[in-house]
Design a protein around this ligand. Sequence first.
Ligand code: UDX
Length: 451
Amino acid sequence: MERQRMRPLRLVLVPCPFQGHINPMLQLGTILHSKGFSITVAHTQFNSPNPSAHPDFSFLPLPDTLPDHNSSTGDLVAFVWELNVNYKARFHECLAQVMEQQGLEDRIACVIYDEVMCFSEAVAMELKLPSVVLRTASAATFLARTSILQLKAEGYIPFPESMSQDLIPELYPLRFKDLPFSVFITLEDLVQQLSTFTNIRTSSAIIWNTIDSLEKSTLAKIQQQCRIPIFPIGPLHEIASASSSSLLEEDSSCLAWLDKQSYNSVIYVSFGSVAFMDMKELAEIAWGLANSQQPFLWVVRPGSIRGSELIEVLPKGFKETIGERGYIVKWAPQKEVLAHDAVGGFFSHCGWNSTLESICGGIPMICRPCFSDQRVNARYISQVWTVGLELGNELQRGEIERAIRRLMVEKEGKEMSERAKILKEKVELSIGEGGSSKNSLNELIEIIMSF
Ligand code: UDX
């Protein structure tokens, strides 16, 4: 700490410009800033973070070079790939300039980059800076991703429909159908991208937004295979609880509505920042919620229904049927919602941030994974931590109504809720004094100080 007082070290963070990635990176920045580091966030113009929400950070906007991207149609994987091609030279130029201007008092200790912003590692190496990877998905997802590479090389994938329910050896409880495939790109392109994103090249350490007590054996397996140290220091949102990096405006009016609902009665429904659905699926969810007779808070994100904007897409007669029993917003303050006493269940796409936030709220889940790591998370939620139930592939109102009643009313749901509370306590222990995440964070800081 003596050294830190004399020479505050600067860390350059490179988030991937999507909500589910920006959140954990900026939370990490908040945590490391509280430990005495100066923080610079290098970011794209697209989905750029709001500097006024982070007055303690410096921001380094990278000149925009991207052709019109297609993120609204959900072609995110191709977009991220394009980022890697287009931003390397810009980042090199901008970072070199910062280094020229820096004094001894403000030395850059390292670059911390989102696992998919691989160009950052190459630039750090060229500028002789150490680099550290932040993995924003679960450890189980990482193993599943490396397995895709192996199974493809061994000829097991693509697999026939008849194998989709088969368990994958060494990857319990994942079945072939749970592998984190992309809905946006071909298997060949996915394999190429995964070999790039899972390769740490010259990086010195890996930070993981997960918790040892959730993924102990998976983390141990990864550490055995990995020649650099890994630091599971999550859940980042819980340690950096005050920071918000929402790209959309949060509609806090739903909190006042929640205040009027009884304890544990509300099912919160949200499918994150990138998943989308069609009108038929929207109608099935709407009538499933209406028919369940349970109070609900539903996020219908603009652009999430192919080709349309909010409220007018809801089925005819739906609003009249639900009356005051349901509340619909475009974007919610999700962490506050999941911490609210009235919320007793979360109907979710199972993005990793949502999964961690639900676990930290002690809230059991109805899992409706859409793509990629969401399938892995859903399987862990329902089969390993047993704090949720998973819906079938096709959204059907009857199945949704039944799932809500199982979770919110029946004995099975009460038991899941109890297990969710126990899981929450375990996670709380990990960030407290002597807990695994706290210890890992201290070790991480030591390594960064030694650079
Ligand atoms: C994407 C992928 O879908 C996901 O599988 C991957 O793990 C991360 O990137 P996203 O769809 O954004 O994530 O889901 P998630 O990881 O759950 O992150 C969404 C974030 O937005 C959460 O931190 C959540 O709190 C926040 N959110 C969501 C809000 O603040 N308000 C909302 O109304 C909905």
